[in-house]
Design a protein around this ligand. Structure first.
Ligand SMILES: Cc1cc2nc3c(=O)[nH]c(=O)nc-3n(C[C@H](O)[C@H](O)[C@H](O)COP(=O)(O)OP(=O)(O)OC[C@H]3O[C@@H](n4cnc5c(N)ncnc54)[C@H](O)[C@@H]3O)c2cc1C
Length: 433
C-alpha cells in the first residue's frame, strides 16, 4: 500500500522551506533573470547573495538532500524529495540554493559512481559544494532522440582518448568546469555496446563553442545551450567513465532521478498556475459579476484542480515506487510521469493565461515563459513520443495475446461458457416464467 504520509518534524521543515523560498529566494528570480545568472558561479551574485543563502540551507541540514550523507547530502527517499521539490519548483533559483539543480545533480551522481579518487576531488567535491557548474553533452545536431545517429567519435591514442565531433544543446556549457560527453568508441557493434562516456575539462584544447542557443523568446545569439565542436580534444585514459561501451548504463545513473525531479518541480509550477487562476477569478469583474461566477471559469478551475491533484498523486506514486523497488524496476512509473509532465503543465498555463486576457499574453506576467518551459519539458531528456513507447512496452509486459481469433472479452464465447455453468438453473428460471 502506497504511503505518502509525513512525520511532523519533516512537515515543519517543509514549512520552513516554503517561507524561506518565498521570502529569500523568489525575489532573486525577479531581480536577476536569465540562465546565466543561475549557472555563473564566479560572479558577485554568487559570492554576495547565493552562497550565504546556501549556507543557511546547509546549516538547516537541507543541502543536496538527494545525495547520500557520504557526499554531503541527506539521503532522502524520493517521496520526501517530491514534497520538497514541489516547493522548489516555484522558483528558478531555488534548486541552486538547495544544491539540487540540473544538470549538476545528475552529473554529480555519475562522478560519484564512476569517477576516480582524483576526479572526485577535483570536480565532484566543488560541484557538490556549489562552487562549479557542469554540462552533459549527448545530443547531436543530426538527432537527439535516436542515439543511433550519433557520430562523435573517441579513439584511444596511447594514454589518451581523442574526441572528435559536434554536440547540440549542451546546456550551461559556457559556465561549466567540466563536460560529460557521450561518444562512439566502437562503430562496429550496436550503439548500446559501442558508446562510452568521458569526463572532459571545459578548458580542454580543441573544445570550441560554435554558438550559444536560447529557447524561444530569448534574443538570437543568446542562451544557455551550446552548439559545440570537439576538435581532436585529448583527455587522459582515466577520463573514461564506467567501462568502454557502457555509456547507456552510465547515463541511466542520472536520467531516472532527473526526470522524476523535473516532474516534482512541475507540480509546484502547476500549483502556482492554479493560485494565479483562482486569484484572477476572484479579482476581475465582467458583465457585472466576478469571473469566478462564470461557469466556464469554474470549469477551468475545476479542471486545473483535478489535473493538479491527479498529477501530484502520480508523481508521489512514482516516487514511492522508486523508493520501494528502485529506478530500473519503476521505469513504467517514471516514463508515465515524464509523459504527463509537459501536458499537465501546458494545460494549466494555457487556462491561467487565457483568464488573464491581454495581461496574460503580455511580458508583464510569467505565462509565456512558463508555456515555453512546459513545451521544452516534452523534449528535454527525450521527446514524449519516445517515453510513450517505453511506457507502452512496459505496460504490455503484463499482457499476453488472446487464445484463438476472438478477444478474451468476446461476449458470445463467454456467454456460452456462463450458460453451460448455469445450465440447470437456467432451465429452472425459464420454467418459473
Ligand atoms: C531545454 C532543453 C535542454 C536540453 N539540454 C540538453 C543537454 O544538456 N544535453 C544534451 O545532450 N541534450 C540536451 N537537450 C536536447 C534533448 O535531449 C533533445 O532535444 C531530445 O533528445 C530530442 O532530440 P532532437 O531535438 O534532436 O529531436 P529529434 O530526435 O529530431 O526528434 C524530433 C521530434 O521527432 C519526434 N520523434 C522522435 N523520435 C520519435 C519516435 N521514436 N517516435 C515518434 N516520434 C518521434 C518527436 O516529436 C520529437 O520531438 C536539451 C533540450 C532542451 C529542449
Amino acid at each position: 500500500m502506497a504511503d505518502f504520509s509525513l512525520d511532523p518534524e519533516f512537515e515543519e521543515q517543509l514549512d520552513w522551506i516554503r517561507g524561506f523560498v518565498r521570502a529569500e529566494v523568489e525575489p532573486l528570480d525577479l531581480a536577476f533573470e536569465g540562465e546565466e545568472t543561475v549557472y555563473n558561479k564566479s560572479g558577485r551574485l554568487y559570492s554576495d547573495v547565493i552562497r550565504p543563502l546556501q549556507q543557511v540551507v546547509k546549516d538547516k541540514g537541507l543541502w543536496s538532500c538527494h545525495l547520500t550523507p557520504e557526499f554531503g547530502g541527506q539521503g532522502y527517499g524520493q517521496v520526501r524529495l517530491a514534497y520538497m521539490n514541489e516547493i522548489l519548483g516555484r522558483s528558478q533559483f531555488a534548486p541552486t540554493v538547495f544544491g539540487n539543480q540540473a544538470p549538476d545533480s545528475g552529473n554529480a551522481e555519475i562522478l560519484a559512481h564512476y569517477g576516480t579518487a582524483e576526479q572526485k576531488e577535483r570536480y565532484l567535491q566543488p560541484l557538490l559544494d556549489g562552487y562549479i557548474s557542469s554540462c552533459y553533452s549527448m545530443t547531436e545536431p543530426q538527432g537527439g532522440a535516436d542515439p543511433g545517429v550519433f557520430t562523435t567519435r573517441a579513439v584511444l591514442d596511447g594514454d589518451e582518448w581523442v574526441i572528435d565531433g559536434e554536440k547540440w544543446y549542451s546546456s550551461s556549457l559556457r559556465f561549466a568546469a567540466f563536460v560529460i560527453v557521450m561518444a562512439v568508441t566502437d562503430p562496429d557493434v550496436s550503439i548500446y555496446k559501442g558508446m562510452s562516456m568521458f569526463l572532459v575539462p571545459a578548458d580542454s584544447v580543441g573544445l570550441e563553442v560554435i554558438r550559444n542557443v536560447g529557447t524561444g523568446g530569448e534574443p538570437e545569439g543568446h542562451g544557455g545551450h551550446a552548439y559545440v565542436r570537439y576538435n581532436a580534444v585529448r583527455v587522459p585514459k582515466d577520463n573514461l567513465l564506467g567501462g568502454e561501451g557502457q555509456a547507456f548504463e552510465v547515463a541511466q545513473t542520472r536520467l531516472g532521478g532527473g526526470r522524476l525531479h523535473h516532474a516534482m518541480r512541475t507540480v509546484g509550477a502547476v500549483g502556482r498556475c492554479l493560485d494565479m487562476l483562482c486569484e484572477r477569478a476572484l479579482s476581475r469583474t465582467t458583465q457585472g459579476e466576478l469571473l469566478a461566477r462564470k461557469q466556464l471559469t469554474q470549469e477551468k478551475i475545476a479542471d486545473s484542480w483535478i489535473e493538479l491533484t491527479q498529477f501530484r498523486l502520480q508523481v508521489l506514486h512514482a516516487a514511492w515506487r522508486v523508493d520501494q523497488v528502485g529506478g530500473h524496476a519503476a521505469r513504467k512509473e517514471i516514463a508515465g510521469v515524464k509523459v504527463a509532465t509537459p501536458k499537465v503543465y501546458r494545460e494549466a498555463v494555457l487556462r491561467t493565461m487565457q483568464l488573464h486576457g491581454a495581461l496574460g499574453v503580455s511580458n508583464e506576467m510569467p505565462f509565456s515563459k512558463m508555456l515555453m518551459a512546459s513545451v521544452t519539458m516534452g523534449i528535454a531528456d527525450g521527446p514524449t513520443e519516445v517515453h510513450k513507447g517505453t511506457l507502452a512496452r512496459e505496460v504490455l509486459k503484463s499482457y499476453r495475446p488472446a487464445d484463438g481469433n476472438w478477444p478474451s472479452e468476446h461476449i458470445p464465447d463467454r456467454r456460452a461458457a456462463a450458460r453451460e455453468e448455469f445450465a440447470e438453473l437456467l432451465e429452472i428460471v425459464a420454467a418459473e416464467h
